[in-house]
Design a binder for this molecule. Structure first.
Ligand code: CMP
Length: 138
């Protein structure tokens, strides 16, 4: 039980073979994996996912990066899921990520920061729906 958040394991982390380690950390922290998918975004789809950032200077690079390789998308469930997951992944910029966080362990740069985590319950719902059809049970 609990509520839900959404995550993506980003192209660098998938390419480097960290998918299993990252999913293991997520489960060890008490999250239940509710939906899981490995896919490869086009830059158009990446652009839609990150639409809220479209005026930011990093948007174009981010879309290119997020479509540069396979990603793993997942819906996760736990009490206090959004906030607890953001604690588990650490600061967006890995240079500021706390010891023991997923980004501290696996992120390479501010852009290639290993994982995404939703910033609110509302965005978790929107982002989950971006990957997983409501016609399936989850
Ligand atoms: P994420 O949490 O997925 O949300 C937006 C992404 O943009 C972020 O992780 C980074 O991968 C990327 N990004 C690149 N530059 C910046 C920046 N200056 N500030 C925030 N995010 C950035």
């Amino acid at each position: 039980a609990g509520n839900r958040t959404f995550t993506m394991i980003k192209p660098d982390a998938v390419k480097d073979g960290h998918t299993g380690s990252i999913l293991k950390m997520i489960e060890a922290a008490g999250f239940r994996i509710v939906a899981l998918k490995l896919t490869h975004l086009t830059s158009e789809r990446a652009g839609q996912f990150y639409e809220v950032h479209k005026e930011r200077p990093f948007y174009k690079d981010l879309c290119a990066y997020m479509s540069s390789g396979a990603i793993v998308a997942a819906i996760l469930e736990k009490e206090n899921a959004v906030a607890d997951f953001r604690k588990l992944i650490g600061a967006t910029n890995p240079a500021q990520a706390e010891e023991g966080t997923i980004r501290k362990l696996f992120a390479k740069s501010l852009e290639a920061n290993a994982v995404h985590g939703s910033d609110s319950d509302e965005n978790a719902e929107i982002e989950g729906n971006f990957y997983f059809a409501r016609t399936d049970k989850y």
